[in-house]
Design a binder for this molecule. Structure first.
Ligand code: ADP
Length: 534
């Protein structure tokens, strides 16, 4: 416990000696005596005095004045002052002492027991107050540190997000060019080997995109920006689609692929089809990646049926390399892989299972894994889903039967895009749909072209030198000529982060298309925007 400094001010030395002797039995109390009020004031300033026992009658300054002086100075006003007097307990004197700031009186001759009890209690109170003060200071400091840490985390999150948006933009832009050109190339006469090369290029570009998507997914989930969109869908059809794709991939590796679906499985469930598929796809891709011979099984079993809900478990079992027990715990952590030699042989970022674990949490489900090193693994996802009866499926267009797009007539489009590969590819696709196309490399030239010429549509990249897409869109939408201002604009954004897309709409864009885009999607968007024009 901290010491309490106690001052005795009395013009008679002998009084100080006797009071000091009485109080010397108190632990943690350090006594300082003074016969001179001026010196006593100095002591109060310098020695961190907590309690002052002040004699009322002194020749220069009396006790009332001394206490008033203590109370009027911010450096000494906290001192607990007690008057010591030989006078009778006259109410007037009592009041005068209390008004000057004293909290209590001690009467001479001092009763040792009462004096000790009073001082002990005041000293204890002072110590408690001191502790509270110290704790408050520590708390305030902690609060400051917490606020700082929160601010730093928020800033780090923003930096990470903008870094990811930039990296994804930088990587998506050239991939967009590659995918687009592959699309154009596929429509030209090709021999078998050339077609094979194009397929390889396509698959390499898609792998790159998957990595970018994984990085964006994990950062979106970790920053709480991943929204789970619930819809009613046929879980059986979804599983059959997944199985169809993986069966082809497995057979190209000479591995058997089996699907076992519980007949109790409800026809329709309400969940996020895309996220459920992402989890199963991930397990199955890993199974394929880490299995050289044998079989992969996708088994779906109903664990519990309730009135409106049911618990389903999806398990992907393989006869692959298996996982060592010590690696099992860390494979669900981001950027962790079972074994370094695995990275060298099979590649991968170690993000897949970390995303799966987080998605399962978002879907209120759980992940399980059992594995025997050298024998094989079984990964499972189990969750409870809402069952949907009598769901009328929307008329779905059979993708294979999509008619080749009708040509546009009298449609002139301005492309503002600084990346040559992309503008070349876009130009090709648009010309293939019968459009006339002009290409410029920045927003400022786009404005100049628009002054000279009417366009039915403008395609605007968001990141361009000299004048960015957003600035150009704002200038177009505020053009004094209403016809020019009404020109529909589609922004081409490599960023798939929602806030970037929202910024495009805020700037005045009529529609947004990501990079790389599905040409059918772009066709639909152009057709819709053009049809709205008078
Ligand atoms: P990666 O992209 O590296 O495959 P994942 O998060 O999907 O990342 O997997 C992490 C690690 O878990 C893998 O590197 C591998 O060591 C191990 N793993 C995952 N699935 C299997 C499997 N079916 N068989 C063996 N090991 C697996």
């Amino acid at each position: 416990m901290k010491h309490v400094n106690l001052l005795i001010l009395d013009d008679k030395e002998e009084n100080i000696i006797s009071l000091s002797a009485l109080l010397s039995t108190l632990e943690d109390v350090r006594i300082i005596g003074s016969t001179n009020p001026t010196e006593a004031l100095k002591i109060c300033w310098q020695d961190d005095i907590a309690i002052a026992l002040v004699d009322v009658h002194m020749p220069e300054i009396d006790g009332f004045e001394f206490i008033s002086l203590l109370k009027s100075n911010s450096q000494t006003s906290h001192i607990t002052a007690i008057m010591v007097t030989a006078d009778s307990k006259d109410d007037k004197d009592l009041l005068k002492g209390l008004k000057s700031g004293a909290v209590d009186y001690l009467y001479k001759p001092l009763d040792p027991e009462i004096t000790l009890a009073k001082i002990t209690s005041i000293a204890r109170q002072t110590q408690i107050q001191e502790e509270i003060k110290e704790k408050n200071v520590a708390l305030e400091e902690l609060q400051k540190q917490l606020l700082l840490a929160k601010k730093e985390t928020e800033e780090a999150r923003k930096v990470k997000e903008s870094f990811l948006a930039n990296v994804s933009h930088e990587i998506r832009t050239p991939i967009n060019g590659i995918v687009g050109i592959l699309h154009v190339l596929r429509k030209t006469p090709l021999n078998h080997q050339q077609r094979e090369w194009i397929n390889r290029l396509d698959s390499a570009s898609n792998s790159l995109l998957l990595i970018i998507d994984d990085i964006l997914d994990i950062s979106k989930i970790d920053s709480g920006m991943m929204k789970i969109e619930y819809e009613t869908f046929s879980i059986r059809e979804k599983l059959l689609d997944i199985a169809k794709l993986f069966k082809i991939k497995a057979s190209s590796k000479n591995i058997a692929f089996e699907t076992i679906i519980d007949p109790q499985l409800p026809a329709y469930i309400k969940s996020s089809a895309i996220r459920v598929q992402q989890i199963i796809d991930n397990f199955t891709s890993n199974a394929l990646k880490f299995t050289e011979t044998g079989k992969i099984t996708l088994a779906v079993s109903v664990i519990q049926q309730m009135d409106y809900r049911c618990t389903i478990r999806f398990t992907v079992t393989d006869t692959g390399i298996g996982i060592k027990p010590e690696a099992l715990e860390k494979i669900f952590l981001a950027f962790e892989q079972g074994d370094d030699s695995i990275t060298k042989k099979h590649g991968g970022t170690g993000l897949g299972l970390a995303i799966v674990k987080r998605l399962a949490d978002l879907l209120h489900g759980k992940i399980g894994v059992e594995s025997t090193y050298g024998v094989g693994s079984a990964f499972s996802f189990q969750a409870t889903f809402e069952k949907v009866d009598n769901f009328k499926q929307q008329e779905m267009m059979d993708e294979g039967a999509t008619p080749s797009p009708q040509k546009f007539e009298n449609v002139r489009i301005l492309i503002a895009e600084d990346n040559e590969l992309n503008s070349f590819m876009l130009q090709h696709i648009l010309k293939g749909w019968g459009c006339e196309v002009d290409v410029v490399k920045n927003g400022r030239v786009a404005l100049e072209y628009l002054e000279q010429q009417d366009y039915q549509l403008i395609m605007m990249d968001t990141h361009m030198p000299i004048m960015s897409g957003f600035e150009a869109i704002q200038a177009i939408k505020t053009n004094l000529n209403p016809r020019k201002a009404a020109t529909p604009i589609i922004t081409i954004s490599a960023s798939v982060l929602p806030h970037e897309q929202a910024a495009a709409y805020e700037a005045g864009a009529d529609s947004v298309i990501g990079k790389p885009f599905d040409p059918n999607d772009l066709y639909q968007k152009i057709a819709t925007l053009i049809s709205k024009r008078p």
